[in-house]
Design a protein around this ligand. Structure first.
Ligand code: FE2
Length: 375
């Protein structure tokens, strides 16, 4: 499915034209708690008056959305009689909106996550308010069920349309700005070396990476151009992971967020920086079907895309860069490194081009937690 890109303009005339053109009658608006402070909020507040399209807001979900919140969202969606879903927010709002769309066609008699997904034609429009998750460009959604992260992957979760409006990033606080940009950086790097990478996904990853590195400072300083470029870069990186998926950085990072509260992008970058150094030193453990020469070539291409002369220099650069950000690190004991080793998402780990056994994983966690030096 080709995703439609709605033009962003001062008064959201393009958005209004899209919604009326789609003949939407009732919109279910999934948005975060900070929605009312966004410049797009008055557009939806006045939509019914201007076009006759009713809007039902749904904001009762948490940053790492729980299954119960999604179930409530499905109930409210059906009750409202809405025929179209709009997600405005970061990755969590997108996840919730995708799940509501997907689950609304399923039976209430059984857990939605256990049922076979049935595609439906409910419209889904994504309007990201962070430059990070790239979720507006993917078929994936995440929801937490009984404390465990559950990944949903369905073609019909892909939003049919997207509006990229960099002005919505103006109110992002500094830590969230850094964390989301790190998430986009990890998406670009991991999708580039993923065992699922294709020529197309690598082209997208490379384009995203170039934009992220070039516009990092401007974005952190909340410059308008910087916001625009970073938003687009995160979108491209989202398109790349939609094709190639993420690898060790994401396979290893989730418990650093749920157990210690580290923002997702910070956790992913900490894991990626150590996994990258390990990979350039162990290419002989290659698991990519294209073989070790291909992996070495990919790592060299990645280094070149980052303006570094060798694969190891690129890995060291990221490690130094992440250290320079002085991200908040949890106080953890060696026993917790072993616990984290056993919590790794094995499905994602299989996308990593180098095999990581239990000893390697535990060693990487000890490095991340600064319990040992990298070897
Ligand atoms: Fe991510």
């Amino acid at each position: 499915m080709k995703q439609r890109r709605i033009p962003s303009d001062e008064a959201y005339a393009g958005l209004r034209a899209y919604l009326t053109g789609r003949k939407a009658k009732k919109i279910f608006l999934v948005c975060g708690q900070s929605f009312s402070g966004l410049r797009i909020a008055p557009f939806f507040d006045r939509l019914e008056l201007q076009t006759g399209i009713c809007v039902t807001k749904f904001q009762q979900f948490e940053p790492n959305p729980q299954y119960g919140s999604v179930v409530e969202g499905v109930r409210r969606f059906r009750e409202s009689g809405s025929d179209f879903i709009v997600a405005v927010g970061g990755g969590s709002a997108m996840d919730v909106a995708k799940c509501i769309k997907l689950f609304s066609g399923l039976s209430d008699e059984e857990c939605y996550l256990k049922q076979r997904a049935a595609p439906n034609d409910i419209g889904l429009l994504a309007i990201p308010t962070t430059a990070g998750s790239g979720s507006e460009a993917t078929k994936f959604a995440v929801v937490y069920f009984e404390g465990e992260k559950q990944s949903v992957s369905e073609e019909s979760c892909m939003p049919q349309a997207v509006l990229l409006d960099a002005r919505l990033l103006e109110t992002l606080p500094p830590l969230q700005r850094t964390a989301t940009a790190l998430d986009a950086l990890c998406h670009a790097v991991e999708s580039f070396w993923s065992v699922n990478a294709t020529e197309e996904s690598k082209r997208l990853s490379k384009a995203a990476l170039g934009l992220i590195l070039k516009n990092w400072d401007a974005y952190l300083f909340n410059d308008g151009q910087g916001n625009q470029k970073m938003l687009y870069a995160a979108h491209l990186a989202g398109q790349a992971i939609n094709l190639a998926q993420t690898t060790a950085g994401h396979a290893m990072c989730y418990q650093l967020t749920s157990r210690y509260g580290l923002p997702h992008g910070c956790a992913a970058a900490l894991c990626l920086s150590k996994a990258w150094l390990h990979m350039v030193r162990h290419p002989m453990a290659c698991r990519d079907a294209r073989g070790e020469p291909y992996l070495r070539k990919t790592l060299a291409e990645l280094a070149e895309a980052m303006g570094q002369s060798r694969a190891e220099e690129a890995a060291k650069w990221l490690d130094g860069f992440v250290k320079s950000l002085r991200l908040p690190l949890p106080e953890a004991s060696p026993r917790e490194a072993a616990w984290l080793r056993d919590s790794v998402n094995q499905a994602r780990l299989r996308n990593h081009p180098v095999r990581l056994d239990a000893d390697a994983l535990e060693s990487l966690y000890r490095q991340i937690l600064q319990l040992e030096e990298e070897g």
